[in-house]
Design a protein around this ligand. Structure first.
Ligand SMILES: [Mg+2]
Length: 191
């Protein structure tokens, strides 16, 4: 069973924003995914991770894109700014996803936020107190943190790198739990 919870951004994390085609209302009708993004999302889903879409935009845009690639089922819940009423780094976006999943503050050490935007995804995750992972492969965003709060905990250079990193973090989380497990009555510790 997987312990780690994955919050995923969409634009320029999974979706290549340069390929977006919008209608007159600004709703995305079509967009391509980055190479390896579909495989990454499916692999994480099939491995048993809980995945939330935490993204700025309109619900219809995301449904159009992820339906086209048969990926909508990968997201257990969604925090979409058009519904929530504010955009990242707004804390409400992150807490909305946590609430939808029935998670509380004590679960924060097993939640990761993956996104391309330092000022939105990374800053927001760092402020809320969850692990931040920068998707650094978009050529359209400045990847240089402007202050300490924009420094990501981890960086991936391609979508597929996320699979290995998440596996490692899940193992680390499980191993760390040993440090807080109840001590057996028969345990004898050396100084
Ligand atoms: Mg983005």
């Amino acid at each position: 069973m997987k312990d780690l919870i994955i919050f995923l951004d969409s634009g320029d994390t999974l979706v290549d924003e340069s390929t977006e085609v919008r209608d007159e209302r600004g709703i995305v009708q079509y967009a391509e995914l980055f190479e390896g993004a579909r495989e990454t999302l499916l692999k994480l889903y099939e491995s048993g991770y809980t995945i939330a879409l935490v993204a700025d935009g309109m619900r219809e845009s995301f449904e159009n894109v992820y339906n086209k690639y048969n990926l909508n089922h990968c997201f257990k819940v969604r925090a979409i700014s058009g519904d929530v009423g504010c955009e990242k780094p707004c804390e409400k976006m992150f807490y909305h996803a946590m609430n939808e999943l029935g998670l509380t503050d004590k679960d924060k050490d097993r939640i990761v936020m993956v996104g391309n935007n330092l000022k939105r995804d990374i800053l927001g995750a760092n402020r809320v107190g969850i692990t931040s992972i920068l998707a650094s492969y978009s050529p359209r965003y400045d990847m240089r943190p402007k202050n300490e709060n924009e420094i990501p905990d981890y960086v991936i250079a391609s979508p597929i790198e996320l699979v290995g990193l998440i596996e490692q973090l899940d193992i680390q989380y499980k191993n760390r739990k040993i440090l807080t497990r109840p001590v057996s009555e028969n345990a004898v510790f050396k100084e």
